[in-house]
Design a protein around this ligand. Structure first.
Ligand SMILES: Nc1ncnc2c1ncn2[C@@H]1O[C@H](COP(=O)(O)OP(=O)(O)OP(=O)(O)O)[C@@H](O)[C@H]1O
Ligand SMILES: [Mg+2]
Length: 234
């Protein structure tokens, strides 16, 4: 469905990703783990083309999309829930959701998709008229995921969806991610909560210093002693 081949991303002259290759199959849930500053956000933003590819290619459904803009990738079915959510805090929840569905297909399905978002996150329906900035962190994350779902993605990119949330909400968030996946959407999940990310994904990439240093079935990655030591506190 999506593949990156030998991708490099720079900030100015400084490379932040080196020679990264990665693939996600249709309806797959893939996780990316790694320490702070490893390049996880750089990677997920590069897929959405918020960062340019300095080298390498990206293919989507067999087509070379390396040169396409975020806007066109969104129309093709990729949606991003960015790190720290990036809601329009002075706009209402409803307005934030509507902004997720600007391309023609998403717009024509808007009310139906919104019902699906409410099924996933019932509390969002109660908050439609409220400013997004007035919501709790967990509720804001729900709106951020809802906004991305409004674009009718076939691949959802999630950058640290559980960051800063209360433990009880974290479980709900992971359940919601699993529901989205089970309903047929592929997911690329960047997470600091490594044990949960490993347990819900089928495949995991480990990123360190801008390079993929390990990859494989999540169960196999979870069983490696260096991963247990570095990421699982065992
Ligand atoms: N806009 C930027 N300009 C310059 N350097 C940047 C920029 N954004 C990130 N970097 C650097 O690129 C590297 C990778 O950062 P990135 O944010 O992708 O890491 P991360 O794995 O997402 O970290 P975290 O777990 O803290 O979210 C870091 O060294 C960071 O300092
Ligand atoms: Mg990050």
């Amino acid at each position: 469905m999506l593949s990156l081949t030998n991708v490099q991303v720079n900030y100015g002259a400084a490379p932040a990703l080196w020679d990264v290759s990665l693939s996600i199959n249709e309806q797959e849930l893939v996780s990316v783990i790694g320490p702070n500053g490893a390049g996880k956000t750089t990677l997920i933003n590069a897929i959405m083309r918020l960062n340019d590819l300095k080298a390498g290619q990206m293919h989507w459904m067999g087509e070379d999309v390396s040169g396409l803009s975020a806007h066109l990738l969104c129309e093709k079915g990729i949606a991003l829930v960015p790190e720290s959510r990036r809601l329009f805090t002075n706009m209402t929840v409803l307005e934030n959701l509507e902004l997720g569905s600007m391309h023609p297909k998403a717009r024509s399905e808007r009310s139906r998709t919104m019902e699906q978002v409410f099924e996933l996150f019932p509390v969002v329906k109660q908050k439609l008229a409220q400013k997004a900035g007035e919501l709790s962190g967990g509720q804001q994350q729900m709106v951020a995921i809802g906004r991305a779902m409004m674009a009718l993605p076939r691949l959802l990119l999630l950058d640290e969806p559980s960051l800063g949330l209360a433990p009880a909400i974290v479980s709900d968030m992971f359940k919601a991610i699993q529901s989205i996946h089970q309903a047929g959407t592929a997911v690329l999940l960047v997470e600091q909560n490594v044990s949960r990310a490993l347990s819900i994904s089928s495949k995991t990439y480990v990123l360190e210093n801008g390079r993929v240093v390990a990859q494989g079935p999540s169960a196999e990655i979870a069983s490696r002693s260096e991963i247990k030591k570095a990421y699982l506190g065992l």
